[in-house]
Ligand binder design. Structure first.
Ligand code: BES
Ligand code: MN
Ligand code: ZN
Length: 519
């Protein structure tokens, strides 16, 4: 999708579909809706007047109403798209509503659309006062473009009769009085971020036979070459050299060699300050290993590399947005398979040593299906060894996180309130939803082993927390944020603004977290 800005008067914009957002400014609950279009443009308001007076459009979130041949406009069609109640509307509603407009256009073979950048409408009467949403113009345009790009993605790449119905071009129409510089910056960022999210989603969507650890390494290397990052992809030999016994314990069961992907972003002139370590779980297929999973839904386990994909996508956006902070991205990729070479419950593994004079921690394997924490343990240790001062990891780590939080919020865990607060700030920009869970030391005893330093599972209760406790053993004192995205990385249900399937979750929030350490 091409994106561009148009400053032309709105009534003169030639397009197949012009979209304008609307809110309900009625303050009282259950009051008759008072529809306001998010524009200062009189021609546009006049064109919509009659239908708004008719009361068939209530401006509810993601409600869409189509008008053909709107009077006084050059546009062939006008789509009114709701943001909900004026007092509550945010840029995150704009992101969704822009997506809803694109997904309205796609099945109707509309290949070119224009969306009016949401501006505060003129206050009509007293009941509006204080109710008009004050949307930051840059963030609003950014969210609009992100939402449109993300909506344009469909996961049916392997259909032989696939019709490419993607929207080819998006004009963001700013109209008079809109801050041009803000709109330009928002458009640029929105395109970078939206494309990075779709790149993440395309990786997550790939089946296990096509996206092996080696293939994931190749995709990461290609991305790094294209966007000017340095990248190394290591395999078995390097794991051995680094004594990554935890990572290897998973990889050993598969005929597919593992990939240790290391991506580096080193902005010129930045030689001090934090080094951010991004560590992703890249299990390209999780059968469970010898503790094999039931057949029902096992096909879903192709998305067990969504955390790793989020890191690769974030590195892509970082390369383009160029924040002044050093970043190392590490993805630990392997296939978790049962075989004659696979590890067994009861085996004891020794993780990567944290330093020359420190032995690696020993792990009693209770369940070979708790493999994500094993690969991440060595990934986190390695990130520290490469100089990371702050760590963030993302992983489809536990089914327990969806038992706790459902498919709406992902889990966030942290050993450091200040670092976690930075992540919470990042969420305000990304609009993604994460809920913090504890990693108090009291939970540590749940992973105590009789014969080793720890075991790799902690029993039925608090499963997402014990997985996080396991990782905490390896990050030690380094400030760290852990994201468990197992419940939200794949969405079974389509929404008006996004297709079902790979969500690309966490990439945007990780990116914004990184940007908070700039300078
Ligand atoms: N990849 C799974 C977690 C998962 C479950 C991701 C559902 C996406 C959807 C992970 O490796 C796993 O199998 N976890 C086990 C841990 C258990 C053995 C302690 C789980 O959640 O059942
Ligand atoms: Mn597993
Ligand atoms: Zn897994």
């Amino acid at each position: 999708m091409n994106t561009n800005l148009s400053e032309s008067p709105i009534d003169s914009v030639e397009t197949e579909l012009l979209t304008v957002f609307a809110v309900d400014a009625a303050n009282e609950k259950d009051a008759k809706p008072e529809i306001r279009l998010m524009t200062q443009d009189d021609g546009l308001r006049r064109a919509a007047q009659a239908v708004l007076a008719g009361g068939e459009f209530r401006a509810e979130a993601n409600e869409a109403l189509l008008l053909h041949a709107p009077v006084g406009l050059k546009a062939k069609r006008l789509l009114l798209t709701g943001l909900g109640k004026a007092a509550k509307a945010t840029v995150h509603d704009v992101r969704k509503a822009a997506g809803t407009a694109v997904r309205f256009a796609k099945p109707r073979a509309i290949r070119e659309i224009a969306i009016v950048a949401p501006a505060t409408y003129p206050v009509a009467n007293d009941s509006d006062k204080g109710g008009a949403p004050r949307l930051d113009p840059k963030l609003a345009v950014r969210a609009l473009v992100e939402g449109a790009l993300v909506a344009d993605f469909d996961p049916d790449t392997y259909r032989s009769d696939r019709k490419d119905r993607s929207v080819q071009s998006l004009q963001v129409v700013t109209g008079a009085g809109f801050d041009r510089a803000a709109a330009e910056a928002g458009l640029r960022e929105g395109a970078i971020v939206g494309e990075a999210q779709n790149f993440t989603r395309s990786l997550v969507n790939e089946p296990g036979n096509r996206l092996t650890p080696t293939a994931l390494g190749q995709r990461a290397a290609e991305m790094c070459r294209e966007f000017g990052l340095s990248c190394e992809v290591h395999s078995t030999e390097k794991l051995r050299e680094l004594k990554m016994g935890a990572f290897w314990s998973v990889a050993q069961g598969s005929d597919e060699p593992p990939a240790l992907i290391v991506m580096r972003y080193e902005p010129q002139g930045v030689t001090s300050g934090p080094v951010l370590g991004l560590v992703g779980k890249g299990i390209t297929f999780d059968t469970g290993g010898i503790s094999i999973k039931p057949a029902d839904n096992m096909e879903k386990m192709k998305y067990d590399m969504a955390g790793g994909a989020a890191m690769i996508g974030a590195m892509r956006a970082i390369a383009l947005l160029q924040p002044k902070v050093r970043v190392i991205g590490i993805v630990c990729s392997a296939e978790n398979m049962p075989s004659g070479k696979a590890q067994k419950p009861g085996d004891v593994q020794v993780a990567m040593p944290a330093g020359p004079d420190r032995p690696g921690k020993s792990i009693e394997i209770i369940n070979t299906d708790a493999e994500g924490r094993l690969v991440l343990a060595d990934g986190l240790t390695y990130a520290k060894q490469l100089g990371a001062t702050h760590l963030i990891d993302a992983a489809t780590l536990t089914g327990a996180i969806s038992v706790a939080l459902g498919v709406i919020n992902a889990g966030v865990f942290s050993n450091d309130d200040a670092t976690c607060a930075e992540f919470a700030e990042a969420l305000k920009i990304s609009g993604e939803r994460f809920w913090r869970l504890p990693v108090d030391d009291d939970y540590r005893e749940l992973i105590r082993s009789q014969i080793a330093d720890m075991k790799n599972t902690g029993g039925r209760y608090g499963g997402a927390i014990t997985a996080a406790m396991f990782l905490k053993e390896f990050v030690e004192e380094t400030p760290w944020v852990h994201l468990d995205i197992a419940g939200v990385a794949w969405q079974d249900e389509a929404k008006p603004w996004v297709a079902a399937g790979p969500s690309g979750v966490a990439m945007r929030s990780i990116l914004e977290w990184v940007r908070r350490y700039e300078g």
